[in-house]
Design a protein around this ligand. Structure first.
Ligand code: PHE
Length: 337
């Protein structure tokens, strides 16, 4: 059979291979067998048939291997090397994609907070009322439930309470706090939903970045310093914060935080001339909330804050309305208005 191999190895085209296969199938031992078949007994025919089959299969196998080799060689030859004289201007310019501005700022904030030792915590978009309100010191009768225009679902949880589209990512803090040992620092970025009338500055969903630090001897000074440093990194210019007393059921004291306007002297900005910008709600975690995490409020304190990522995007990219966020216009997605 090595003779068969040599014969096929000498073929350089598929046709040559097929021709050789036909020749071999009608010559030598096979031709001999065919001749004898005419006069053979039926017992002999069986044996001859089997032998002929084996010989033909071997020929087919060697033939196929050579054909495959020839075809592989041809494919190599078909691959033309890169032509260095071919100018790039002959190609149609392909527009490069980029991440959505909201994703860009979220990623940037996650990276900044992680420099301060924060982990990212995630939670469900469809939340039960315990995590969205009750555990956050906002029971049924509490007027603060009306502050957030909630979407209620028909579906109920195991206590028969309607599920809600989460109105804030604060619920994630309870989920995390009940399953992790302090001290810890987390941020919870994510989409939240409120039943708003839509206009240039309101939509039924937006993106929040809430943060929680649980540790010992936590004070508002930690909060102010942390936020100043985070916003200084985000806007790449020295930012100071100002706190005004406010009310959120899950913190005490609660504050509204303004940051010094990074665009105060930028004539192209809609915020030109304005000294402060209101950006977030924050405070020291209410002892009831610490208790609802299964922790002892005498041992552990916390600070919490929450702000809209969309607002940060508006500020950073100088966008006045939020209607462009979902319209898919390339100019906007690439950072312009
Ligand atoms: N969860 C609040 C909101 O959505 C923001 C906030 C978070 C306020 C933490 C204080 C402390 O409005």
């Amino acid at each position: 059979m090595s003779n068969t191999h040599n014969l096929f190895a000498a073929c350089s085209t598929v046709n040559e291979c097929l021709k050789l296969r036909d020749e071999l199938n009608n010559s030598g031992e096979i031709a001999e067998i065919k001749k004898q078949l005419a006069t053979a007994t039926s017992e002999e025919k069986k044996l001859f048939g089997k032998k002929m089959n084996e010989l033909q299969q071997e020929i087919r196998k060697v033939c196929d291997e050579q054909i495959q080799r020839i075809q592989q060689e041809q494919e190599k030859d078909n691959f033309l090397p890169y032509d260095p004289t071919f100018s790039s201007s002959n190609y149609k310019k392909v527009q490069q994609g980029n991440l959505h501005p909201i994703t860009q700022i979220t990623k940037e904030l996650v990276s900044i907070f992680s420099d301060f030792g924060f982990d990212v915590a995630d939670g469900p978009l469809v939340e039960n009322q315990w995590f969205n309100f009750t555990a956050l010191n906002t029971p049924d009768y509490h007027p603060a439930r009306q502050m957030q225009d909630t979407f209620f679902l028909k579906n109920v949880d195991e206590n028969g309470e309607k599920l809600v589209m989460r109105t804030q990512t604060s619920g994630v803090q309870i989920r995390y706090g009940s399953t992790h040992k302090p001290p810890f620092r987390i941020i919870c970025p994510g989409t939240v939903y409120r039943n708003e009338d839509m206009d240039a500055t309101h939509d039924i969903n937006f993106h929040q970045m809430e943060g929680l630090v649980v540790d010992k001897n936590i004070s508002l000074a930690h909060l102010a310093t942390l936020l100043e440093q985070v916003f200084t990194k985000l806007y790449k210019t020295a930012i100071t914060v100002r706190m005004r007393p406010s009310y959120f059921p899950f913190v005490n004291p609660g504050v509204e935080v303004d940051i010094s306007n990074p665009f105060q002297h930028d004539a192209s900005s809609k915020l030109y001339g304005q000294e402060w910008i209101e950006v977030l709600g924050a405070g020291l975690v209410h002892p009831t909330v610490i208790t609802n995490m299964g922790l002892d409020p005498n041992e552990w304190q916390g600070l919490a804050f929450g702000f809209g990522i969309d607002r940060m995007v508006q500020l950073k990219f100088k966008i006045s309305g939020i209607t462009q966020f979902y319209n898919g216009h390339l100019e906007f997605l690439q950072g312009g208005e």
